[in-house]
Design a binder for this molecule. Structure first.
Ligand code: CA
Length: 449
């Protein structure tokens, strides 16, 4: 798993801006999920959801300030109890000390908070150590060392969690000059003016042309007219982002090489994902948080030659809440009732799964906390997305409806279009149904008191 790696910066997902040969190997040898979504597009909450198989309001990690309670049931704990050797290396971001240290792992060695790109400190049960080198290499080195010293007679779970390509996008020396002499294509919505949307989009402070700092851009911006300045900042931002991705891709290649060399590839389920998506200049933004497509969609590539046919793609919905149940299923364990997701195993294999989810619930809680993004929740179906900005300050509540078929870039809010009134009614009913099913009744739903 990486941090903030959007699917549209992966070759296998049809990237227009970079290549990722090693990640593409996973896709070619297995399956690419095209509608894998996070249920709350922010780091710590998505990680808590993945570990526990529960939504944010259930596991208590609603925001970046909430720490995970390690006494909660997680899939690594259950694998460990079933005889798996278990490890997590790299990004943790769920707190430290006492009940906040990782649980269910024979070995954990994790970055404090966001961690550093260069010479990172990592914390393990025995204390803190500075690891000279570049974080993505260090995390892979430690992962490989653990694999080499494991008991080969017993199965294993390794969670190799990269810090990259999280802000402030600091590449390593090896990739520092990648893309130096080329222009990266701009996304079609780089110059979005946020008209025809609710007020939240225009209020967000995560614009490439305005909100990136000198540290993000690795120096002051030149004096240019606004359009040119935006283009210049986009190039500075996206190149460093993609340089960080290139190192992740190389290091995924090292792990795949190890599995090949040890004869483990056939019998190992390999999953590549990221904790959420990211705006790569889309809508003029960097960062995530919004329920919009680029931030919502998680990459999900899975390879397991014994069971998953090669080169598949699947458009059925998969959610981060489903990951834990999926890993338990592959290990032959039953999914405990505390977990709210469902196993993706049959979906990954390409089989029919009766009554599979065709809508999903999303909620972002950090009202105004960072980047001035308004808290919101909503529902996405195969064709539509309904979003409700539910706080009444600093601006009144507001709805957005997007028709993803006619408006895949989500530029036109059709909530107030009379032609969509039946869709609005249907989706509001579906949103109520999902909130009841999932048990999120913690804010009044407009129209229900
Ligand atoms: Ca993240």
């Amino acid at each position: 798993m990486s941090d903030d790696h959007a699917a549209h910066a992966i070759g296998a997902y049809g990237s227009r801006i970079n290549t990722t040969p090693h990640l593409d190997r996973i896709a070619a040898g297995g399956v690419r999920l095209d509608n894998c979504f996070c249920t709350n597009s922010i780091c710590a909450p998505s990680r808590a959801t993945i570990l526990s198989g529960t939504y944010s309001h259930r596991n208590g990690v609603l925001t970046l300030d909430d720490r995970f309670d390690g006494r909660m049931l997680t899939f690594p704990q259950l694998l460990q109890q079933a005889g798996y050797q278990t490890a997590i290396v790299g990004k943790w971001h769920l707190g430290h000390g006492g009940i906040h240290d990782p649980t269910g792992f024979d070995y954990w060695n994790v970055l404090p908070g966001q961690g550093a790109y260069y010479d990172p400190v990592l914390i393990e049960a025995t204390g803190r150590t500075v690891h000279p080198g570049y974080a993505t290499d260090v995390i892979t080195d430690l992962s490989l060392e653990w694999l080499r010293r494991r008991d080969p007679a017993r199965p294993f779970l390794l969670m190799c969690h990269h810090k990259a390509p999280h802000r402030p996008w600091e590449p390593d020396a090896k990739h520092a000059h990648l893309y130096e002499d080329v222009d990266i294509p701009e996304p079609p919505t780089l110059n979005d003016d946020y008209s025809d949307r609710g007020r939240a989009a225009a209020a967000a402070r995560m614009r490439v042309d305005r909100d990136l700092t000198d540290r993000d851009l690795k120096g002051p911006a030149p004096d240019l007219p606004p359009e040119q300045l935006r283009a210049w900042k986009y190039q500075r931002y996206i190149k460093d982002y993609l340089r960080c991705v290139a190192s992740v891709d190389d290091n995924v290649g090292r792990l795949l090489q190890y599995l090949d060399a040890e004869g483990l590839a056939e019998d190992t389920l390999v999953v590549y994902t990221s904790d959420q998506g990211f705006f790569l200049g889309d809508h003029g933004w960097y960062d995530k948080r919004f329920f919009y497509e680029e931030s919502l969609r998680m990459p999900f590539l899975a390879r397991y030659p014994r069971e998953i046919p090669q080169g598949r793609t699947d458009a059925r919905f998969a959610l981060n809440v489903d990951f834990g149940p999926t890993f338990l299923d592959y290990a032959g364990l039953s999914v405990p009732p505390e977990m709210q997701g469902r196993s993706l195993r049959r979906v990954l294999r390409g089989e029919e799964e009766p009554n599979w989810q065709r809508s999903m619930y999303y909620r972002y809680f950090m009202h105004l906390a960072h980047h001035n993004v308004y808290a919101h929740y909503g529902v996405r179906t195969e064709r539509y997305k309904l979003i409700y900005y539910y706080e009444s300050q600093p601006e009144p509540q507001e709805w957005e409806l997007f028709d993803l078929q006619s408006d895949p870039q989500e530029l036109h809010n059709v909530y107030h279009d009379p032609g969509y009134a039946p869709v609005v009614a249907e989706l509001r009913a579906e949103l109520r149904r999902l909130r009841a099913e999932i048990g999120d009744g913690t804010n009044p739903f407009e129209g229900e008191g």
